[in-house]
Design a protein around this ligand. Structure first.
Ligand code: GLN
Length: 250
């Protein structure tokens, strides 16, 4: 009788709710299961943390334009993407993508956020990939009409240079990337009219460069994030990884 009564008694000391030998049956099993799940979750988080540490962390300027597609492409290409909206978010990043959009609008936001100079400093020493409007921002000189830029990529870029009728088009062409022809999506694309000697041309449309690299900088006048082919993002992730491991002296 006494035994039956004590089994039915509710727990008096809540501390005994964890692992106490006094705990019986169902309650005890639930506590142990919970601890196991917590241990498992902690382990998984640790694995994720290590995994993250191995993958380069690459920001995507998320002020305007198609930053979400770039973040997805980066994740598929082996990096951990981070959306960047404020200057202090650049700290600790291994690289950055300046996405397509409207370069005049991006410039206005950069000014409003006191972001221009901090961004310029970052682009001067870390791997940065500018696509379309991002390429315009990186260029040494911008034409039609002339516009302020970060001035780091030794190239002259003409905005909206392909004319109204074909301002958006998709072509497939050979590049210096291995793996065959590359699909390139052009949307109100600029044209790289001139490049300096330090600029390597990786792809052309007609005779004009459309994908270039200069030391830590890459630029494309098309939108690689809008194709399913991830070779261009992979190339950038490789550049970022090399830059991170080889710690170039500047
Ligand atoms: N035409 C835009 C500009 O001048 C660029 C277009 C784009 O990024 N797709 O900024």
């Amino acid at each position: 009788m006494t035994k039956t009564a004590s089994q039915q008694e509710p727990l008096k000391n809540p501390l005994l709710d964890l692992d106490g030998p006094e705990l019986g049956g169902e309650q005890s099993r639930l506590s142990v299961n919970r601890l196991r799940l917590e241990e498992q979750a902690a382990g998984q988080e640790e694995v994720r943390r290590l995994h993250r540490a191995e993958r380069p962390v690459i920001g995507v300027l998320a002020i305007q334009g198609d930053f979400a597609a770039h973040a997805e492409a980066l994740a598929e290409a082996g990096a951990d993407p981070v959306e960047v909206r404020k200057p202090d978010q650049l700290a600790g990043l291994d690289g950055l993508i300046l996405p397509g959009g409207e370069s005049t609008t991006v410039l206005r936001f950069l000014d409003r956020l006191h972001f221009f100079d901090v961004l310029k400093d970052f682009c001067a020493c870390k791997p940065v990939f500018g696509t379309c409007a991002g390429a315009i921002l990186l260029a040494r000189e911008v034409l039609s009409p002339p516009q302020r830029s970060l001035g780091l990529l030794d190239a002259v870029v003409e905005r909206n240079a392909y004319g109204r009728q074909i301002d958006s088009t998709i072509i497939t062409a050979e590049t210096s990337l291995s793996g065959g022809p590359l699909e390139m999506v052009f949307i109100r694309a600029p044209r790289i009219a001139e490049t300096g000697t330090g600029v390597e041309v990786l792809a052309r449309r007609d005779r004009y460069p459309v994908l270039v690299q200069q030391r830590n900088l890459m630029a494309a006048t098309f939108h690689p994030e809008l194709s399913s082919d991830r070779r261009v993002h992979q190339l950038f992730v490789q550049l970022v990884t090399r830059w991170r491991t080889e710690l170039p002296g500047g």
